[in-house]
Design a protein around this ligand. Structure first.
Ligand SMILES: Cc1cc2nc3c(=O)[nH]c(=O)nc-3n(C[C@H](O)[C@H](O)[C@H](O)COP(=O)(O)OP(=O)(O)OC[C@H]3O[C@@H](n4cnc5c(N)ncnc54)[C@H](O)[C@@H]3O)c2cc1C
Length: 681
C-alpha cells in the first residue's frame, strides 16, 4: 500500500475506459519504466502470516479435516438421517482431539484459550459446513451459554461432559414468532415457591422454539430462553437449563419436539421445534451469573436496569457471532482457491495468439471478477484477526472497560455482516467463473452455496446487525446504550443525542484533519496519490462521518417537525444501515493498512500492498456515485481509479495462484478433480 513500494501506474498504460482507444504501450513496458518489480510470493511465509498466533491450532484442524474428508461425499450419498448421525460422530471424534474445547476453562477439560477456539472454528469452515455448524451449536452456543451465563455449579455439572460431546445440548432462543427481537419471546418460566421450581411453558403457538440446532435428534439438554416471572412480576428474558431427552434419547414428559424438515443446506444438522407444557425444573437450573431467585422467591440482580441486564447477558454470547463471520471469510477462501486455480489452467478462445487459446485468468474481466474479491478476502481476514484478538482480551478479562466492550459488540456485529455477505457474493461469482464445471456437486460450490447462505441470517440477521452498529455510532456507545430497548434507543438517538452527534461528526473538522495529513491542501481529494493509504482512509472516513451526521440531521429534522420518533427512524433506516456499513468498511481497511504497514520491507509487503490498494480502490469505486454526489470524486479521478484497479489486477494476476495457495485449504477438502486436474489426462 505504501507509495514507496508500489509506484502508481502511469495513466498511459491502459485504454482509458471500456471501449476507449488502447495505447500502444504495454503494461510491461510502462511498469519497467516506472521501476515496478514483480514480487515473488513465498507461499509458506504467507500462510504463516495468515495463520498468525494460532498456526498450530489451525494445522491441527487441517489434519482432522483431511482425516474425515470422506464426509464431503457422504453429504451427497447418505440419507438425511444417516448423514446427521455421521456428522454427530465426526463432531464427537474431533472433540476427542481437543479441537472443539479450546475456549473452555482448563479445570473442566478445556484449553483455556478463546483466541485458539475462534481460530479452530474458522479453519473448520474449509470442510463440511454441517460439521462446522454442529460444532458451533454444541460447543459455541450450548456450551458458551452454560459457561458465560451459568455459575460454578453449572460449570461443574455440565462442562466436562459437554466438552467431550458426551452430553449433547441445544441453544433454544429463537421462536417462530420472534428471532431478531429476542426481548419479545413468548416462552415463560414461572417460579413456584412451594416446590422451588421453575415451570416452563410455551404460551402460544408462535412461542414454540424454532430452527433450534441439535433439537430434532441429539440434544439431551436445552438452554432455554424464557420470560422470568416471580410472584406475578416479569423480570425479562433469562436462560434455564431444561432436560429434553433421557439417556436413551426418549423425549421427556411435557416436552414436544418436531423436526424442522429439509433445509436449503446444512442437512447434517438436526434443526427442530420445541414446545414446553408446564415443564418443571429445579430453581438451580436458572443460569444465574447475572440474576438469581432466592428459595423464598425474591428476585436478585447486581444489574438494576432490566434492559442493561438483558444486553449484558447477550453481550457475553458474541463469540458465536465472531465465529460465524470468520467462517464466512474462510468459506470464501475455498471458493477462491478453486476458481483462481481453474482460471489459471482453463483456456477459452484464441485472443492474443492464433494457435493457443487464452487462459481465463488472462482475461481482464476474469481478473476484475476474481481479484478484488481475493483482495477483500485478505482485508476481511486481517479485520477478523483484530476482532478475534480484541474479543480474546475482553472475554479473558484483560480489558474490562464498558465502552470498549460496547465498541467490540458493534464491531463483531458489523464484521459478521460483511464477512457473511462477502461469502455469499464470492461463492456465487466463483461458481460462475468455473462455468458448467462449477455446477457439479463434486466441485464443491453446491454445498458451499447452500450451506453458507444462512450465515447471513443466524447469529443475528445482517441488516439488523448493521442497525446495531449504527446505533452505537449515533450514541457514541453512551452508557445509556445498554439500558435501552428498541423504542428507547430510537427516542434517545432522535432526541438528546442528535446535537452531540452532529457536533462530534462535524465534517468540516474531519476535513481539517485530513488537510493536515494529505498533500494538496483543500484539493486533497484531487491531488493525493491514489495509492496513498492516507488518501484511501480519508475517503472512507469522510464517507462514514458524512453519513452518520447526515442521519443525525435527518432525525433531528423529523423530530423538530413533531413526527413520531419511530416513524422518523423508519424513514431514515436505509441511511442508518449505510452508516453502519460505512463504519465497518473503514475498520476493515484500517486493519489491512495497519497489517501491511507493520511488515518488514520485502516481497511479501509489496504483494500485500497490491492487495490492500486493490481492496481500497475497489471499495471506493463500488460507491463512486456517492463520492461524486458529495463532491469528493471528479469524473476524471473516478476514471483514474478504475484504470488503477485494472492495473493492480494485472500486477496481482501472476501472484494469484500463490495468494490462494497461502490459504492452505487441504487438498482433500477441495475435491474438484474437474477443476484442479484440468485438462483431463
Ligand atoms: C439453519 C438455522 C439454524 C438456526 N439455529 C438456531 C439455534 O440453534 N438457536 C436459536 O435460538 N436460533 C437459531 N436460528 C434462528 C436464527 O437465529 C433466526 O432465524 C434469526 O435470528 C432471524 O430471526 P427471524 O428468522 O425471526 O427473522 P426476522 O427477525 O423476522 O427477520 C426477517 C427479515 O426482517 C428484517 N427485519 C427484522 N427486524 C427489522 C427491523 N427492525 N428493521 C428492518 N428490518 C428488520 C430482517 O432483516 C430480515 O430480513 C437458526 C436459524 C436457521 C435458519
Amino acid at each position: 500500500m505504501a507509495t514507496d513500494t508500489v509506484p502508481p501506474s502511469s495513466a498511459e498504460d491502459v485504454p482509458t475506459e471500456p471501449g476507449g482507444t488502447p495505447q500502444s504501450d504495454t503494461d510491461a513496458h510502462v511498469e519497467s519504466r516506472s521501476g515496478y518489480r514483480q514480487p515473488q510470493v513465498d507461499v509458506a511465509a504467507m500462510t504463516r502470516l495468515l495463520d498468525g498466533t494460532y498456526a498450530e491450532v489451525r494445522n491441527l484442524v487441517r489434519t482432522n479435516l483431511a482425516e474425515y474428508s470422506s464426509i464431503l461425499e457422504d453429504a451427497e450419498t447418505m440419507s438425511r438421517a444417516d448423514f446427521r448421525e455421521r456428522v454427530k460422530d465426526v463432531v464427537v471424534e474431533m472433540a476427542s482431539t481437543g479441537q472443539t474445547g479450546m475456549g473452555f476453562p482448563v479445570e473442566h477439560g478445556g484449553g483455556g484459550d478463546i483466541g485458539a477456539s475462534i481460530a479452530a472454528f474458522e479453519t473448520l469452515a474449509y470442510g463440511d459446513l454441517s460439521v462446522l455448524v454442529k460444532v458451533g451449536v454444541q460447543f459455541g452456543l450450548f456450551g458458551g451459554a452454560i459457561l458465560q451465563l451459568g455459575s460454578k455449579h453449572h460449570h461443574d455439572a455440565y462442562l466436562p461432559d459437554l466438552i467431550t460431546g458426551k452430553l449433547m445440548g441445544c441453544f433454544a432462543m429463537t421462536e417462530s414468532g420472534h428471532g431478531s427481537n429476542v426481548q419479545a419471546l413468548g416462552t415463560v418460566a414461572t417460579y413456584d415457591v412451594a416446590t422451588q421450581e421453575f415451570v416452563v411453558t410455551t404460551t402460544t403457538e408462535a412461542a414454540r422454539k424454532d430452527y433450534i440446532g441439535n433439537a430434532a435428534a441429539h440434544a439431551r439438554l436445552g438452554v432455554v430462553f424464557a420470560q422470568l416471572e416471580v410472584a406475578g412480576e416479569r423480570h425479562g428474558v433469562h436462560a434455564f437449563v431444561v432436560p429434553l431427552r433421557d439417556e436413551d434419547g426418549t423425549v421427556l414428559d411435557g416436552v414436544r419436539i418436531e423436526d424442522d424438515g429439509r433445509k436449503m443446506g446444512l442437512n447434517g444438522v438436526d434443526n427442530g421445534r420445541i414446545w414446553f407444557d408446564h415443564v418443571r425444573v429445579p430453581r438451580e437450573n436458572l443460569l444465574n451469573r447475572f440474576a438469581d431467585v432466592t428459595p423464598a422467591g425474591v428476585y436478585e440482580s447486581g444489574i438494576e436496569n432490566p434492559n442493561r441486564r438483558f444486553f449484558t447477558m447477550l453481550g457475553t454470547l458474541i463469540q458465536g457471532r465472531v465465529c460465524v463471520g470468520g467462517a464466512g471469510i474462510n468459506a470464501s477462501k475455498v471458493a477462491l482457491t478453486l476458481a483462481v486455480k481453474y482460471a489459471n489452467k482453463r483456456r477459452q478462445f484464441e485472443a492474443t495468439s492464433e494457435d493457443t487459446e487464452e487462459l481465463l485468468l488472462d482475461y481482464g474481466m476474469h481478473q476484475r471478477r476474481l481479484l478484488p474479491l481475493l483482495a477483500r478476502t485478505y482485508a476481511l481476514h486481517f479485520a477478523q484477526e483484530e476482532l478475534a484478538s480484541q474479543l480474546h482480551d475482553v472475554l479473558s478479562g484483560v480489558v474490562e472497560d464498558e465502552h470498549t466492550q460496547r465498541e467490540l459488540e458493534a464491531r463483531a456485529a458489523g464484521t459478521k455482516a460483511l464477512g457473511t455477505w462477502h461469502a455469499t457474493r464470492t461463492i456465487q461469482e466463483c461458481r460462475e467463473a468455473c462455468g458448467g464445471a462449477g455446477y457439479l456437486s463434486v466441485n464443491r460450490f453446491d454445498a458451499l452455496k447452500a450451506d453458507t447462505d444462512v450465515f447471513t441470517t443466524f447469529e443475528g440477521d445482517n441488516t439488523v446487525l448493521l442497525q446495531l452498529v449504527a446505533k452505537g455510532l449515533l450514541t457514541d456507545y453512551a452508557s445509556e446504550f445498554s439500558d435501552m430497548d428498541q423504542l428507547g434507543m430510537v427516542r434517545f438517538v432522535t432526541g438528546l443525542a442528535v446535537e452531540t452527534v452532529i457536533e462530534r461528526t462535524a465534517v468540516n473538522k474531519l476535513l481539517e484533519r485530513i488537510r493536515d495529513v494529505l498533500p494538496g491542501g483543500d484539493e486533497w481529494d484531487q491531488e493525493a496519490g491514489l495509492l496513498d493509504p492516507d488518501y484511501q482512509l480519508a475517503m472512507l472516513r469522510f464517507r462514514e462521518e458524512h453519513i452518520v451526521s447526515g442521519v443525525a440531521r435527518r432525525l433531528k429534522r423529523g423530530i423538530d417537525r413533531g413526527m413520531n420518533p419511530g416513524e422518523v427512524f423508519s424513514r431514515v433506516q436505509d441511511h442508518v444501515i449505510a452508516a453502519g456499513r460505512a463504519h465497518v468498511e473503514r475498520l476493515v481497511l484500517e486493519a489491512f493498512v495497519a497489517k501491511t504497514a507493520a511488515l518488514p520491507d520485502g516481497d511479501q509487503k509489496v504483494a500485500l500492498n497490491l492487495l490492500c490498494d486493490l481492496h481500497a480502490l475497489s471499495t471506493i469505486e463500488a460507491d463512486r456515485a456517492w463520492f461524486m454526489e458529495h463532491g469528493r470524486l471528479s469524473v476524471a479521478r473516478s476514471k483514474a481509479i478504475s484504470r488503477e484497479i485494472g492495473s493492480l489486477c494485472r500486477k496481482i494476476r501472476p501472484l494469484a495462484e500463490e495468494l490462494v495457495e497461502a490459504f492452505a485449504v487441504p487438498r482433500e477438502m477441495l475435491r474438484s478433480p474437474d477443476l484442479l486436474d484440468w485438462p483431463p489426462a
